[in-house]
Design a protein around this ligand. Structure first.
Ligand code: AMP
Ligand code: MG
Length: 435
């Protein structure tokens, strides 16, 4: 397949404003933007890597806490955990059947059943040559036994069994410690606690776990045009979809959104909402961070004393991204276009939240995929292409424009195409996945 320019969409045309190069360069290096009543905002457009580095340098893990095992799901271990018990903790049967001495079993031979050992307390039975103990899955292996004949391989004759299979030493015996040795590390500090880990901790008798802190978050969506889903739209209005999007992303990142509020584009209500929001560890603001006169977030933040560390990052979509700090709160201003909000959340907000919660791995999972079609980025910013990863193949979905929510909704992976990068159809690329 022919390589295509991602600035000119393969399936649908992209509106890509091509500025003459000198103008673009001037935009990229303009240094200071005076804002009334507050400090000058540095407006140097920094790279994605630099933005991420600065954010992660600022953000520290929150205080650790003890939670019940049930409450530990999706938290991050704040300590290393080691096995208190081997797994299995004792030799036991892998089947319902009969515990035997393998050397005394012959196919067609008979054994005398001398007792029964169910799962539960060890009855301390002993098996000798020519004998068998009725046994059930998970029950302690009787002394002297070295194999289990499964129920399906015997014919019962009163107090005797006839063995219908060849039996070898170790058949259907689960040996103590074969899965996990005592003292072995079972959970490393900074690892996410998933369902199997919760089970593993439970198997070791842990009722509580020490985990990283929980980041609380507030969400403000800004815009006079926005209407809450469920309400009636007037001409020119749109439904607020970013609140739903960002709330979902916050939840997926492990942060609980304490408030989700909509704010009109006026300084007073924005200021009030920000004052409430900065009581949290994280404040995410959608919209109003760009360069228009109606983009009031920067000014409102400045007026409240928020130190703006980053404004504008060389990333597509998402250039107007903003990051600031006041007290214990970190403020993330995301561009209002839904795909920009999505991409900047995943690239900048998610890792910050994970760090606060004590995670070690802050990256989205990456998987190799065969590219369905060639792509070239001849723009001046790395471009995150939204696409569908299916059967190890990545296919871009829909319009690759920052407002194109439907295309995003069909996607399950992001492909970062660096500036100047040209990728060929069928080339193996690494894509990021989030769900
Ligand atoms: P802004 O970043 O505020 O200039 O908004 C950029 C674009 O995103 C505009 O087309 C807005 O209407 C749209 N937008 C802003 N906020 C939202 C939102 N919460 N939900 C959906 N679209 C939004
Ligand atoms: Mg707006």
């Amino acid at each position: 397949m022919q390589s295509e320019n991602i600035a000119n969409n393969w399936a649908f045309p992209i509106c890509n404003l091509k500025l003459p190069t000198p103008t673009r360069r001037v935009l990229a290096i303009s240094s200071e933007l005076p804002i009334s009543n507050c400090q000058l905002i540095k407006s140097v457009v920094i790279s994605e890597e630099e933005a991420r580095r600065q954010i992660l340098n600022k953000v520290n893990p929150l205080d650790k806490r003890e939670v019940t095992l049930a409450g530990a799901l999706d938290c991050f271990a704040a300590e290393d955990y080691f096995a208190r018990l081997p797994l299995p903790a004792f030799d036991n049967s892998a089947m319902d059947g009969y515990a035997v001495v393998a050397g005394s079993c012959k196919k067609g031979g008979r054994l005398r059943v001398i007792g029964e050992q169910p799962a539960g307390p060890d009855r301390k039975l002993r098996v000798g040559d020519g004998e068998a103990v009725r046994i059930f899955t998970g029950a302690t292996l009787p002394q002297g036994a070295d194999a289990i004949v499964m129920q399906e391989d015997v014919t019962r004759h009163g107090t005797e069994i006839e063995v219908n299979a060849d039996i070898d030493i170790g058949d259907f015996v689960r040996r103590r410690g074969c899965d996990l040795a005592e003292g072995q590390m079972i959970l490393r500090k900074g690892e996410r606690i998933g369902a199997p880990t919760v089970a593993l901790l439970a198997s070791q008798g842990f009722a509580d776990v020490i985990v990283g802190g929980r980041a609380t978050a507030a969400l403000i969506s800004t815009g006079d045009e926005l209407v809450k889903p469920g309400e009636e739209l007037q001409p020119g209005e749109i439904y607020d979809s970013n609140s739903a999007l960002l709330n979902a992303l916050l939840l997926r990142s492990g942060a609980s959104a304490t408030t989700v509020e909509h704010c009109r584009d006026d300084r007073q209500s924005l200021g009030d909402a920000i004052k409430r929001g900065i009581r949290n560890h994280v404040l995410v603001i959608s919209g109003g961070v760009s360069v228009g006169e109606r983009d009031l977030v920067k000014e409102a933040l400045c007026e409240l004393g928020v130190k703006i560390e980053i404004w504008r990052v060389a990333v597509k979509p998402g250039k107007p991204f903003l990051f600031g700090n006041i007290g214990k709160c970190f403020v993330f201003g995301l561009p209002g276009n839904p795909v920009s909000a999505f991409v900047t959340f995943l690239q900048f907000v998610r890792p910050a939240i994970l760090r606060m919660m004590g995670a070690t791995n802050l990256d989205l999972p990456r998987v190799p995929a065969k590219l369905a079609l060639g792509l070239t980025n001849d723009g001046d910013r790395p471009h995150y292409i939204r696409g569908r990863l299916e059967h190890e193949k990545f296919t871009p979905t829909g319009r690759q424009e920052s407002h194109a929510l439907f295309g995003l909704s069909q996607a399950n992976a992001l492909l970062r195409v660096a500036v100047g990068q040209s990728l060929k159809a069928d080339e193996i690329v690494n894509v990021q996945i989030w769900d």
